[in-house]
Design a protein around this ligand. Structure first.
Ligand SMILES: NC(=O)C1=CN([C@@H]2O[C@H](COP(=O)(O)OP(=O)(O)OC[C@H]3O[C@@H](n4cnc5c(N)ncnc54)[C@H](OP(=O)(O)O)[C@@H]3O)[C@@H](O)[C@H]2O)C=CC1
Ligand SMILES: O=C(O)C1=N[C@H](C(=O)O)C[C@H](O)C1
Length: 233
């Protein structure tokens, strides 16, 4: 498969390693200064860039009939526009806040736990995410997906960053050293606590998930998620 990388930072480089090991070819490494992009040279594009560039990268790929996998976080105010464009052009697009298999299982576990806790108001739920100090956005995209999972299975209607006031689901973001990504969901009661946690040990799981999604999307049209790729039901 001929893969173009939009963004060749920490994730772009890890994806290159994983893609080459799986027998793919990297035909372009594109950043915000790349002048002319040859969309005919690629079978699929993978975008791990920056919040301000992601939407434009995604729309360019859709306009040029290139399937696009995006893992960039922090641009989701435009997600619905990207979906509408993809549908109108009969394109192929996957966004995931986290491409790792482990986190996608963790998302399912989080939804299941939220359903079980629904009628137990004595437990207060909170979220914590820890990432490396270079991360630009907070809370992490993964924490937002976890919060949305809890909200759709509980009485909460919104999440808030670093705010414990009643009525909103609190998310705490910490930036520590080179932490690849740690997410914890806690249900706290006076008598006990329930905690579920996912710890990424490195970036390989994210990269493998993104390359797997790129392999999966070839020949398909539509807007998909990692639930579709991993067949999680
Ligand atoms: N969904 C998932 O599973 C994961 C998502 N992420 C997300 O992926 C994104 C990238 O993370 P990471 O690789 O760690 O970040 P880096 O900062 O290491 O890399 C980002 C790269 O994108 C380049 N870039 C900036 N603007 C554009 C643009 N418009 N088009 C193409 N490239 C551009 C930057 O170049 P320059 O430095 O020259 O500006 C840089 O090389 C983040 O949003 C992060 O949250 C990260 C890990 C997993
Ligand atoms: O910026 C990162 O590094 C990561 N970003 C994603 C997010 O915002 O959730 C996924 C992963 O946690 C690493």
């Amino acid at each position: 498969m001929r893969i173009a990388l939009f963004g060749y930072g920490k994730m772009g480089q890890m994806i290159e390693q994983v893609a080459l090991k799986r027998g793919h070819e990297i035909v372009a490494k594109i950043d915000e200064h790349t002048p002319n992009i040859d969309f005919n040279s690629m079978d699929v594009a993978i975008d791990f860039s920056m919040p301000e560039g992601a939407y434009s990268n995604i729309t360019k790929c859709i306009e040029n009939n290139v399937p696009i996998i995006s893992g960039t976080t922090g641009w989701l105010d435009k997600y619905k526009d990207a979906v509408a464009l993809c549908e109108s052009k009969n394109g192929a697009f996957i966004y995931a806040s986290n491409f790792s298999l482990g986190v996608n299982i963790f998302f399912e576990l989080n939804n299941y736990l939220a359903k079980m806790m629904h009628n137990l108001p004595e437990y207060k739920v909170s979220l914590e995410e820890i990432h490396h100090t270079q991360k630009l956005d907070a809370p992490s995209g993964t924490a937002i997906t976890l919060a949305e999972g809890i909200i759709s299975n509980s009485e909460y209607s919104k999440w808030k960053l670093d705010d414990n006031s009643n009525g909103s689901l609190p998310i705490t973001s910490k930036r520590i050293g080179k932490t690849p990504g740690t997410h914890t969901v806690t249900y706290d009661n006076i008598v006990d606590s329930i905690e579920i946690k996912h710890t990424a040990h490195n970036r390989e799981g994210f990269a493998l998930g993104a390359v797997t999604a790129a392999e999966w999307i070839i020949g398909k049209a539509g807007v998909f998620s990692m639930r579709d790729v991993l067949n999680l039901g």
